[in-house]
Design a protein around this ligand. Sequence first.
Ligand code: PEP
Length: 248
Amino acid sequence: MSSRRKIAAGNWKMNGLRQALSEVEALHVSNPAPECEVVICPPATLIRSMAKRCTEMAINVGGQDCHEDSSGAHTGDISAEMLADTGATHVILGHSERREAYGESDAQVRAKTKSAWTAGLIAIVCIGESLTHREAKNTLDIVGGQLAASVPDAATGENLVIAYEPIWAIGSGLTPTLDEIVEVHNFIRARLVRRFGDAIGKAVRVLYGGSMKPENAAEIGALPNVDGGLVGGASLKAADFSKIVAAL
Ligand code: PEP
């Protein structure tokens, strides 16, 4: 149906000391499928060493956030340029944990995305509704609004990946029904095509995220307009993540 290559992206969040790098080697040994691009986003402290280990493997490394400025008086922050300098090729932006814990707005996510692109990074922009919004049947309004306001105009199929992550599904073991996932992914695709035209709108990969596991990755990954997964907990262990990569 489409030539979009699947992506299995692992979000390690604030997990992993140096010894966790062995998980990446174990993943390589278990042979990720070439049709599926693999990206791992470890804590910033591990990016450099992971990127070095991954030069020989078909695995890309990404950050989990960046500041919108390229440098300056922002204690504790990391710029997109710095991520690229450590060997990262991707960066997750607007994850709901950052939107909630740090009050990140769509405008900030948009500014960060521009900065990621300036540094040559691929932005994985996260959008998704809360349980309250889902129950109030506001999912498409929320997701549509976030998509419009978080993504800058210069999007292409190469520089942008969208991750649809219902907040209530993250780390909870809950997932939407397959029909609900399809409804949102079709909607995101339609909005991308409406805004960016057919060529770009159909080239941007749209990942599903939220309690993706070895048991559900194949059925979710086979849905129309689902181009892979953004995986939290199940990306930490090579044994689980390699099954997800294979399923996708
Ligand atoms: C995430 O945090 O991006 C995520 C999808 O987490 P989990 O897979 O653990 O639900």
